[in-house]
Design a binder for this molecule. Structure first.
Ligand code: CA
Length: 638
């Protein structure tokens, strides 16, 4: 009895404590107002320091607002003078027709450096704000911050009528941090908020990556610059990150300084690389780049859904060959490793890092050794090796094991690259084709696979890919003569293609597996794609090489699945591959489950004929069911 009484007293005390805490928490935190200094006077559209200033976001008046002079990367917040754990933020829109939408994708951040270099995100606004009333969001970030701020979205002049921060003084912890969505959040803070502007000049940056549902944090110094070729011209920019020290990043196997953020602007499924990399693994390429979808913030501004991927360079868990030094100029040391790229943009590379082949004038960029360390002897060696390989491909001496092309160009990796290029319908397949040469071996290998944003029927020059009777490389033109020598004129190639394609078909390149992969990626990207297409509202227009648009993310995903289905069948026909009975059975169509079905094991052995599937007590496992000419694979789980 006594214990129960104590318990009751305790809970009463706890209740009162909670009540008083929540009453206390009703007071927003106060501090010194900080933020972008210059504002705009909307009556004159002149720069001002007295009208619409940052203080007006904290004056308790819904009719006054902050409006910065610059249109983007502007902010306002508070210096709380001591660290506080933030529990809630509130905001209200400028009283103007556009005000509510001008807060969508605005970001709250907390920091302990006055320049916000170490800032962590607290919250992103995803819906239009209210006018004349606060909207609140609970914050679960456990770290404490001296500085808190709101960064306006792009092109919104940081318009905001009122801001409130709630919380309590304390030292906090890193137990729980915030990700914009279920995907990892990558937040880049550049020195003096400079915008990366080209692919040569690195800008010092502080890089933050939050993952594992806000439980994992990587914060390190490094640099950022733009990257890519065509993709660099889009409004959504691709970035290259370079840490000062080698880092393990997310679940990537490599420990490296350089990583890339792929922008996927023209690829509205945001997943073409991911599907192609699955093909690469299933086709047994030596190495497939690490690639993880993430959300990106740059200086507090939301940039969209990206892919964080390996930079293609020479190291363990990437292109794993010997790395050359400038001393490697003779003997076996001179023979490798070299990492090169058949490169449609070779003319943009420095002279010492590029060459053109002797016969077909194929542009080649030497990626490793890099432009700063390669010696003239090394360049000359790899150039003449490439020419030797090319000469053998262009000769008619196809089958000679000593002098045929197979003695200089590894057949399997080259044909796998070909198959991935054709399966994805990638017109870039020979505009960019990576190869490497190991030390002490007279052979060029093809790989890794890279860059599929205009593949999978996303290039108007090629669309609709599956209605063409010939391979993509023929109409894509680049180096078609070279490729034709191997694919069409060498009589031994057809058998090799059939062998590699059968392996791939048995290793999960099936309509069913790929479509289910696409569905699961779409689920994973659901929240991120919603934000991405708020930032980049391009779903109803053609961008880059788009041949068409679906008007919705799900529609784009359907286009992709439709292409994948048609293309696998197209490749089967072209290569002369006949799926086994079991595979034929698993090609999906519609089944009416109310009607009787035939049941087969996964390998096609009949189990039951004309039965009601639901009355059949099947053990756990995978089965094929058939109804007239329709068949489908099913998974029974208990
Ligand atoms: Ca105000």
């Amino acid at each position: 009895m006594r214990d129960r009484h104590i318990l009751r007293t305790l809970s009463y005390t706890t209740l009162m404590l909670c009540l008083s805490l929540s009453l206390m928490a009703e007071q927003p935190l106060s501090g010194k107002v900080i933020g972008t200094e210059t504002s705009v006077d909307y009556t004159t559209y002149a720069q001002s320091r007295t009208v619409n200033t940052r203080e007006m976001a904290f004056d308790g008046d819904m009719e006054t607002c902050f409006a910065s002079w610059e249109r983007s990367y502007t902010w306002c917040g508070l210096d709380l003078t001591t660290p506080h754990v933030i529990t809630r933020v509130g905001w209200a829109a400028r009283n103007d027709g556009l005000g509510p939408n001008r807060m969508v994708l605005g970001v709250f951040e907390g920091a302990n450096n006055a320049d916000f270099s170490d800032a962590l995100p607290l919250f992103i606004i995803t819906e239009p704000a209210k006018i004349g009333a606060m909207t609140y969001a609970d914050i679960t970030v456990s770290r404490s911050f001296r500085y808190v701020r709101y960064v306006g979205p792009s092109d919104a002049r940081c318009n905001v009528a009122e801001l409130e921060f709630y919380g309590y003084a304390g030292s906090g912890s890193d137990k729980q941090l915030y990700q914009l969505t279920n995907l990892p959040t990558v937040s880049i803070k550049t020195e003096d908020m400079q915008e990366p502007y080209d692919k040569v000049h690195d800008i010092n940056a502080f890089i933050t990556i939050i993952s594992e549902d806000g439980q994992q944090l990587l914060q390190a110094e490094g640099a950022v610059r733009l990257r890519g070729n065509a993709s660099m011209e889009f409004p959504k920019k691709p970035y290259r990150l370079k840490f000062n020290k080698k880092q393990k990043v997310l679940t990537a196997p490599a420990k490296a300084k350089k990583w890339v953020l792929i922008n996927n602007y023209g690829d509205k499924t945001l997943m073409r690389n991911l599907v192609a990399f699955d093909y690469s693994r299933r086709l047994g390429m030596d190495y497939t780049p690490y690639c993880q979808p993430v959300d990106v913030l740059l200086n507090g501004e939301y940039k969209g859904c990206y892919q964080l991927a390996d930079q293609l360079d020479v190291r363990e868990h990437r292109v794993d060959i010997d790395e050359m030094t400038p001393q490697d100029n003779s003997g076996v040391a001179l023979t490798g490793g070299y990492f090169i790229e058949i490169d449609g943009y070779a003319d943009r590379e420095p002279e010492q890092a590029r060459f053109y082949s002797a016969r077909q004038h194929i542009g080649v960029t030497i990626k490793s050794p890099d432009e700063d360390s390669i010696t003239a002897v090394q360049k000359s060696y790899i150039q003449s090796f490439f020419n030797q390989m090319e000469a053998r491909v262009m000769s008619n001496d196809y089958t000679d094991p000593q002098n045929g092309w197979r003695s200089r160009l590894d057949e399997d990796s080259w044909l796998r690259h070909f198959l991935i290029g054709e399966l994805t319908g990638n017109t870039d397949t020979y505009w960019s084709c990576h190869m490497y040469k190991r030390r002490g071996e007279d052979m060029l290998y093809t790989g890794p696979e890279w860059d599929f944003d205009i593949a999978f029927d996303n290039d108007y020059r090629q669309y609709p890919t599956c209605q063409k009777s010939d391979y993509v490389y023929v109409s894509a033109g680049t180096h078609a003569t070279f490729v034709s020598r191997i694919i069409k004129q060498d009589p031994a190639t057809a058998g090799s293609l059939l062998r590699l394609w059968s392996e791939a078909r048995h290793n999960g390149i099936t309509e069913e597996q790929v479509c289910s992969l696409i569905d699961s990626i779409a689920d994973e990207l659901q929240r991120s794609q919603e934000l991405n297409f708020k930032r980049w509202p391009i779903l109803s227009q053609d961008v880059h090489m788009n041949p068409r648009h679906a008007g919705s993310y799900q529609g784009e995903v359907s286009f992709l699945k439709d292409y994948v289905r048609k293309r696998i069948a197209w490749m089967d026909r072209k290569i002369g591959y006949t799926p086994s009975d079991a595979e034929q059975l698993s090609s999906t169509t519609t089944i009416n489950y109310a009607e009787k079905v035939d049941v087969y094991t996964i390998s096609g052995v009949p189990m039951a004929e004309q039965v009601d599937l639901f009355s059949l007590n099947l053990p756990q496992g995978v089965y094929i069911i058939r109804q007239q000419t329709h068949s489908q694979k099913i998974v029974v789980s208990r």
